[in-house]
Structures are given as structure tokens and as C-alpha cells.
Design a protein. Structure first.
Length: 199
């Protein structure tokens, strides 16, 4: 898809058809994460990809209560045939920036990072995953994991140094729903967001 069309098409979907995705499509979307930039080329981000119905069931059981899933804006969310969970790894960045070739950066401890590069990198990768989903003609929702991170760890053997930054539900959208927040709030005009030369 042409990039300007892809940008315009990008918005979050919360209602999906259960139609399974092909292995090729899932791999295309997941492997977009590998193209993300990463601070010091640390490549600390990891991605858990769930497509098996039993895995998806365990995911939703771990992270969401039936009440959370039952609000009108989310009733079609758990039907998504694919969920990808991006993870950040703080330790990997502390280790990388402690390496001799990074000494010049003067970032020796967590407090020295002006912003958490591990979160930035995981978010960049998550964005590429979402764009690849849209490029595949699908819809997706990035959402904060509402509860149950420990249960998620236990269910999927997640290593202790990985922390989920959220999850991405992916599938064919079943409706043209508009985000509840986006219904209440206007997209800001360019002039309120972008300052050329001076604020
Ligand atoms: C970090 C982050 C967390 C989000 N968490 C949720 C969420 O938990 N539930 C939800 O329905 N939408 C969530 N969203 C989607 C936003 O509500 C949505 O992007 C925003 O309202 C603008 O709508 P649009 O993306 O369709 O343009 C999240 C988005 C981001 C970037």
C-alpha cells in the first residue's frame, strides 16, 4: 500500500472477524518488528505471536476479565485471530550501554537515560507491526494489558527480564468502529502539534 494511503488508513479497530490469517501474513506482520531501529542496535525487543485458538483463549483468560471484554467498544476484540505481545528489556539496554564502544555516551545507569530507550524501541517495533497489519488489509488494536501480567508470564513461559508494553490484536475488522476517545476528541490540526523553527 502506498505510504500516504497507509497513514490515512491507520486507526485502531476493536471488533474483528474470527477468520484465521495465513502463516505468510502472520510472518510478514511479525517480521516487520525486525526492521525497527534500536538504540545502540541493542535489539532488545521481543514479540510473542499467538494464533492457535488455545493460546488465544489462554491469553484472554490471563489478561482480561469477562466484564472488561464485555463493554460495547470491545465485544469483538477477543474474536481477533491473532494477538502479538511486544516486550521491552531494560536490562539489555543497561548492559549494552555499559559496553566499551558505548562508553562515550556517558549512560552508565538507568538514571542517565533521558528517556527509556527499551520502551522507545519496543514501541517503534509495535508501530511497525501495526503498519504491516494495515498494509496486509487488516485492522489492529494496540491496547494496554489491563491485568494478569503474572498469569501471562506463567501461561507462556515469558522470561523474567521481558516486560510486555501492551498487546496488539490483529484481524479482519468486522465493523467501521471509531475509537471511543476519538469520538469525543478532535484530531489536532498540524499547527497545534508541529512548530517550525520556534514554538
Ligand atoms: C499506548 C496506547 C495504549 C492504548 N490503550 C488502549 C486500550 O487499552 N484500549 C483501547 O480501546 N484503545 C487503546 N488505545 C487506542 C487509542 O484509544 C486510539 O489510538 C486513540 O483513541 C486514537 O484513535 P485512532 O488510533 O483510531 O486514530 C491505545 C493506544 C496507545 C497508543
Amino acid at each position: 500500500m502506498e505510504f500516504s494511503r497507509l497513514l490515512k488508513a491507520r486507526r485502531m479497530h476493536r471488533h474483528f472477524l474470527p477468520d484465521p490469517l495465513s502463516d505468510e501474513t502472520v510472518a510478514y506482520i511479525a517480521e516487520a518488528a525486525l526492521r525497527a531501529p534500536s538504540a545502540g542496535f541493542t535489539q532488545g525487543t521481543r514479540l510473542l505471536v499467538l494464533t492457535a485458538p488455545s493460546s488465544l483463549e489462554r491469553f484472554w483468560e490471563a489478561v482480561a476479565s469477562p466484564e472488561w471484554l464485555d463493554v460495547p467498544s470491545r465485544t469483538g476484540l477477543a474474536a481477533a485471530p491473532c494477538v502479538m505481545v511486544p516486550f521491552q528489556n531494560r536490562e539489555a539496554y543497561l548492559h549494552r550501554y555499559g559496553a566499551p564502544d558505548k562508553a562515550y555516551a556517558g549512560i552508565g545507569t538507568e538514571a542517565d537515560f533521558a528517556a527509556p530507550f527499551w520502551t522507545i524501541d519496543a514501541a517503534f517495533a509495535a508501530m511497525l507491526v501495526q503498519l504491516a497489519a494495515i498494509d496486509s488489509g487488516l485492522g489492529c488494536l494496540f491496547f494496554g494489558i489491563p491485568m494478569g501480567v503474572d498469569a501471562l508470564r506463567a501461561a507462556f513461559g515469558i522470561p523474567s527480564d521481558l516486560e510486555p508494553i501492551g498487546a496488539i490484536a490483529i484481524g479482519k475488522p468486522s465493523s467501521r468502529d471509531i475509537s471511543p476517545s476519538a469520538q469525543r476528541r478532535q484530531r489536532l490540526p498540524a499547527g497545534s502539534v508541529i512548530a517550525y523553527d520556534h514554538f
